[in-house]
Write a protein that binds this ligand. Structure first.
Ligand code: NAX
Length: 343
């Protein structure tokens, strides 16, 4: 048997945590042959609830679950961590200014980044889910000077999965018959889910791939698809009466599984692409060092930005502006947290 891998989940007593932990323990994230050791980090007020979740994890008798530990101490939670899922964050409360929100989250993600720096395993991989996710990831990375910056990522896979699902529904095909979508930029309302290089397979497994914007029209993409995906979180809250939890957990599993095990090849034998917010190397005009969502593949345990997929202005007239706008927002957030002394 393989040695257990250490997985830390912060905000473990929250909604996403509850949906995430059982799937990790069942082997869906790291593989059906990899035992896991879970570390649950919570604030003191939620420790008892996290203990309750740990009891349920025990009651599920997962064959792959080697150990569960609940703590409020980041030094304990991140000791030897190989997969850090940073879900717990400070939500925006009524009347809270953006600066206050960034500062409150800086107070969480700075120390957690430092604890990862001091205690994590050498192969640590970090995904930040808690909002504002991209900038929280930037703060954590900046406090982990000894950890390569490319080990810090933020989740835009939920946006990506939402986009896949919306396009498939509109085109009347299965989600497996859609590929090539990119979510660009920030996990926020400015995000740009881009269909200009997407494809749809019409006619099922024997059918042929066609450009998505030949199957659905560009007007739908601009006026319905993009806002629907970008505002899906709010739509879920209004219908469900609570924010996305199981879908967010599922996307987090997808992100970490693909990062660790690779994105592999699609049904057409080509490398399967997805979207993830990773540190920019300057590609696509995104300032170096920002944690921005890109078209990516994962190979050999590393994310790689796929080149040559500039949003196509011939298909969507304001494509370039949409990319610039979401990246400008990330740049402003970086300036704001720099100004607050959080980096
Ligand atoms: P909940 O409020 O249910 O749970 C958050 C948990 O985090 C709470 O139990 C809280 O005690 C804990 N927490 C707070 N500060 C902590 C700290 N310093 N250390 C450890 N734990 C801490 O929120 P939930 O619905 O689970 O959402 C969690 C986060 O995910 C939020 O920030 C939310 O905005 C964000 N989301 C991000 C998404 C993405 O795609 N990137 C989508 C879903 C979600 O909106």
């Amino acid at each position: 048997a393989q040695p257990p891998r250490t997985v830390t989940v912060t905000g473990a007593a929250g909604n996403i945590g509850y949906a995430l932990l059982f799937r990790i323990a069942s082997g869906e994230m790291l593989g059906a042959d990899v035992p896991v050791r879970l570390r649950l980090l919570e604030v003191p007020a939620a420790l008892r609830a996290a203990e309750g979740t740990a009891m349920e994890l025990a009651d599920a008798a997962f064959p792959l679950l080697a150990d569960v530990q609940v703590t409020h101490d980041p030094a304990v939670a991140f000791d030897g961590v190989q997969h850090a899922l940073l879900v717990g964050a400070r939500p925006r409360s009524a009347g809270m200014e953006r600066g206050d929100l960034l500062e409150a989250n800086g107070g969480i993600f700075g120390p957690q980044g430092q604890a990862i720096n001091d205690h994590a395993a050498e192969d640590v991989r970090v995904v930040v889910v808690g909002n504002p996710a991209n900038t929280n990831a930037l703060i954590a990375a900046s406090h982990a000077r000894d950890v390569p910056a490319d080990r810090f990522t933020a989740l835009t896979r939920l946006d990506h999965n939402r986009a896949v699902s919306q396009l498939a529904a509109k085109a009347g095909v299965a989600v497996t018959d859609v590929d090539g979508i990119t979510v660009w930029g920030n996990h926020s309302a400015t995000q740009f889910p881009d269909l200009t290089h997407a494809r749809v397979r019409v006619g099922g497994a024997d059918g042929g791939w066609r450009p998505a914007l030949e199957v659905v029209d560009a007007g739908w993409a601009a006026e319905e698809f993009i806002p629907r995906v970008a505002e899906r979180g709010a739509e879920i809250i209004s219908v469900r009466g609570a924010s996305s939890a199981a879908s967010a957990a599922s996307a987090t599993i997808d992100h970490m599984r693909d990062w660790f095990l690779g994105t592999g090849v699609g049904t057409d034998g080509q490398a399967r692409r997805t979207s993830a917010a990773i540190v920019s190397d300057g590609s696509y005009g995104v300032p170096e060092g920002l944690i921005s969502s890109f078209p990516v593949v994962s190979e050999g345990g590393q994310w790689r930005i796929v080149p040559g997929l500039e949003p196509d202005a011939a298909l969507l007239p304001d494509a370039a502006e949409r990319l610039e706008r979401t990246v400008a927002e990330l740049d402003e957030e970086r300036e704001a947290v720099t100004g607050l002394g959080l980096l």
